[in-house]
Structure formats: C-alpha cells, structure tokens
Design a protein around this ligand. Structure first.
Ligand SMILES: [Zn+2]
Length: 156
C-alpha cells in the first residue's frame, strides 16, 4: 500500500494562507490529476477528478473509496481513496523558504498519481492558468500568485 501526499508551493505577493476555497478538506473541492496504471504504465488521457463528498462502495467489504477506475489499456481496476486531515494552508513564510504545504493525502491502489492539474478555485482565485494577479483595492497593493508548483510525495 502506497499513499501519496499532494503538496503545493507558489510565490505569493501580499497574500498568505493559500488553500482551496473552503479548506483542504472542503467536501466539494475537486482535486484533478492524471494517473498512471501500475501494471501497464499507461497514463490516462483525461484527468481524474476526486472529491471527498463523492464516494463509491468497494465490491468486497464495507469500505468506500472516492474513485474506482479501469485502465483503458489493460483493464486493471484501480482505486483512489482520499485521506483528509493532512492539509495546511501555504503561508507567506513557507512560500519564501521554498517549502511545500500539504493539501491532501491519497491512498492509490493500482494507480500512481502524476501531474496535479492546478486549477479550480483557491479562495475565489482562479488558478487554472497557473498564476494570478489582482490589485487589492482595500489593501491598496498588488496581490499576486505565481510559479505554482505541485508534487506528490510517497508516504509509507
Ligand atoms: Zn493498465
């Protein structure tokens, strides 16, 4: 069993505590990424979307998972189960130190998660282009997020 911890970092200007809208464990926040089949190595064409509020029952036992998907190439079944409670907002200090903030842990069976598709909403910010800039009228300063990077750390 291998778990993967999704972590992100970005350059923040006049902004701190970057996290998904509603928090890392927001039941309706969708995490998008591509997966690689553990048997044949085929990389999915389409990104996979997992959301805490969406679960499917596993055929055996009482457990549930967040995604069950069959590899289009070799037909092997794989599952991805989200493990909440690991997320931390990316602070200005961590960003400046080049540190990554954890978002969500995934228990992946049969699949390996690849590139995280940045995007959807971080605190009302659309990061689908990988960067964002705006002028904060209240604080009278430019707000900027750039160079967003993500990584999947293997957790044993
Ligand atoms: Zn396969």
């Amino acid at each position: 069993m291998v778990n993967y911890l999704l972590k992100i970092t970005a350059e923040l200007e006049n902004l701190t505590n970057l996290q998904p809208q509603g928090g890392c464990d927001d039941p309706n926040f969708s995490y998008l990424f591509k997966v690689k089949c553990g048997r044949c190595g085929e990389v999915s064409q389409k990104e996979t979307c997992v959301t805490l509020s969406e679960t499917v029952a596993l055929p055996a036992g009482k457990a549930t998972t967040n995604l069950m998907q069959k590899c289009k190439f070799c037909g092997r079944d794989g599952t991805i189960t989200m493990i909440p409670g690991q997320g931390k907002p990316l602070t200005d200090e961590a960003s400046q130190a080049g540190k990554y903030a954890p978002l969500m842990q995934f228990d992946c069976r049969g699949y390996e998660p690849l590139e995280y598709i940045e995007g959807t909403k971080f605190d009302d910010i659309d990061l689908s282009a990988g960067e964002f800039s705006e002028y904060d009228e209240k604080g009278e300063c430019p707000v900027m997020i750039s160079n967003l990077r993500s990584t999947f750390d293997v957790v044993k």
